[in-house]
Design a protein around this ligand. Sequence first.
Ligand SMILES: Cc1ncc(COP(=O)(O)OP(=O)(O)O)c(N)n1
Ligand SMILES: Cc1nc(C(=O)O)sc1CCOP(=O)(O)O
Ligand SMILES: [Mg+2]
Length: 206
Amino acid sequence: MRLYAVTDSAWLRGRTLAECVRQAIAGGATFVQLREKHASTDELVALADTIIPVCRAAGVPFVIDDDVEAALRSGADGVHVGQSDVACADARRALGARAIVGVSAQTVEQARAAQAAGADYLGVGALIPTPTKPDAADVSREELAAICAAVDIPVVGIGGLNVDTVDVLDGTGAAGAAVVSALFAASDVEAAARKLRERLGSLDLR
Ligand SMILES: Cc1ncc(COP(=O)(O)OP(=O)(O)O)c(N)n1
Ligand SMILES: Cc1nc(C(=O)O)sc1CCOP(=O)(O)O
Ligand SMILES: [Mg+2]
């Protein structure tokens, strides 16, 4: 989960999402989430149909944000749910034991509850305020470290992470960085991913 790429079609500028994802993986992304907040379930399934072959060819896990039905219909590897989305246990029931279910957590209590409910990993943020998700809660580096210490499942940090800020993860116990704009807003997604992977490689991560 070193470099977790979260999509945002707002940055396509004539490119396809599948091509941007291909570039992200070529540069070193290890995990992909389809996150398109304005897309319907049908639209998510159609997008997933274009991205899943790219991820499968590279052996990179692919999950969909929020929408369990889209994950089921598309054959995605799983889903990522937040505290206001479908409950982790319900997503697990719908998708099955082998599916990946990721959960957002902002506190140690939420993190422990998600692990107990069967989450495979946690996304914790926002570590740095970000225009990509202006309504995200603030989570400090110390709170991230406390969450990492409280659970056994991998934790990725999220929110405002780029090549200049990703050092915030160093020594916290996090497994990696989840990134939207630092990848998908770049004109060269592959080069952006490569730089991030290099920087992440120099950090003390789980
Ligand atoms: C890896 C990762 N971590 C956190 C989130 C945020 O999920 P959520 O709180 O449900 O907010 P939305 O993304 O649905 O706006 C995430 N998507 N991925
Ligand atoms: C999708 C998401 N979730 C967050 C959280 O804190 O849970 S922050 C966020 C957006 C991250 O975008 P960027 O990498 O462009 O800052
Ligand atoms: Mg959500």
